[in-house]
Design a binder for this molecule. Structure first.
Ligand SMILES: *Cc1c(COP(=O)(O)O)cnc(C)c1O
Length: 361
């Protein structure tokens, strides 16, 4: 089987794959309500969130649908949003705000750059009511320091909206200390489910406070919350993807929760970083600035992304290109999914083979 080192979809474990073979199910039946209730509870349990104050709202769509639902459903009419950009996904948040005419400012940084907190502090004086930021910028592998950003925002009592699509369930998220009112995430990244289901975890009061502005028919969280609390769903859900997510959540919990997943990813990423370094391939960022989930690496000299990608694919591994301007200089490796340390050792051997063929030629 091909090993996916891409940041979602991920390789499935057998138990998650088999979960999709459960009986066909109508989303208007009680069995579906139970499945949905269970998933919503298990998602909150990952970060020990109290269901009286917090809700997980389940959507059928990829991670971007959760980002879009979060921004369009949680900005009250008078809100002014500051969006921090240092990669593709921060810029995507700004694009969503543009499209829906949500009053916003963008604090721009080049891709991969460290967020400038002095500039952030200055930007907040402009009547900003909310801040949106990506925790793990998958563009570069940078793990943005949400604790530091939150430290500045909470002084001004400004809450955070977090794109945690590629960090939820594997990185630390201190919802309370960091004054987070919502985060967007997906089933098919650090949770190891299948694509098709995403979710927003939000404070219930934040959904209520913004419920008067409906900007979208399909992505309005207040509509979902009301119906999901009643065991129902406004629209057809991806039932088989729910089966897979439910089993993936059981597996995540059995494995020891987000802390254990974090540790496993870190160990695997260390194998990749050390192994590539031994082959002369440098990481873009220091380990301390990087997520445990995905890291970016400079392409080895004289080898194009296409050559590396195709050589690895022939040997059973799918790597991921850099986006935009990074495409010619970088490649990315994610350790999410049912990937073992042995798989990663075999991957390193494959990289070495490709390098020696190229360099020997
Ligand atoms: C993967 C990802 C998304 C969502 O991408 P989809 O293709 O819509 O699933 C959003 N934000 C970040 C940080 C991501 O890594």
């Amino acid at each position: 089987m091909t090993i996916l080192l891409s940041p979602g979809p991920v390789n499935l474990s057998e138990r998650v794959r088999n979960a999709m073979l459960k009986p066909d199910l109508c989303h208007r039946e009680v069995e579906f309500s139970m499945l949905q209730n269970g998933i919503r509870k298990k998602l909150l349990d990952i970060y020990a969130l109290n269901p009286d104050d917090w809700a997980a709202v389940l959507l059928t769509g990829s991670g971007t649908s959760a980002m879009e639902a979060m921004l369009t459903s949680l900005m009250p009419a008078q809100a002014k949003l500051l969006i921090i950009e240092n990669g593709v996904y921060g810029e995507r948040l700004s694009r969503i705000a543009d499209i829906y005419n949500i009053d916003h400012l963008s604090l721009h940084h080049a891709w991969g750059e460290l967020i400038n907190v002095a500039e952030l502090e200055q930007s907040l004086s402009d009547g900003v009511t909310h801040v949106a930021v990506v925790q793990h910028e998958t563009t570069s592998g940078r793990l943005n320091d949400i604790a530091q950003i939150a430290g500045i925002c909470t002084q001004k009592n400004i809450p955070l909206l977090v794109d945690a699509v590629s960090s939820f369930a594997a990185e630390q998220i201190n919802f309370h200390d960091w004054n987070i009112i919502a985060c967007a995430a997906t089933a098919n990244k650090c949770l190891h489910g299948v694509p098709g289901t995403s979710f927003v975890i939000s404070r219930r009061d934040a959904i209520k406070q913004a419920a008067h502005v409906q900007r979208s028919l399909y992505l309005h969280l207040a509509t979902y919350l009301k119906q999901q609390d009643a065991g129902s769903t406004p629209f057809t859900q991806s039932v088989q993807a729910f089966y897979a997510l439910d089993e993936a959540l059981n597996e995540h919990s059995n494995d020891g929760g987000w802390q254990a997943r974090h540790k496993q990813y870190r160990q695997k990423m260390t194998i990749v970083r050390n192994g590539l370094q031994a082959l002369g391939i440098r990481a873009l960022l220091a380990e301390a600035d990087s997520s445990c989930v995905l890291n970016a690496f400079h392409l080895p000299e004289g080898i194009s992304y296409q050559t590396l990608h195709d050589g690895l694919k022939e040997r059973g591994f799918v790597i991921y290109a850099g986006q935009g301007g990074f495409a010619r200089t970088l490649f990315r490796i994610s350790v999410m999914g049912a990937v073992t340390e042995q798989d990663l050792q075999r991957f390193l051997v494959a990289v070495e083979q490709i390098l020696s063929v190229k360099r020997g030629a």
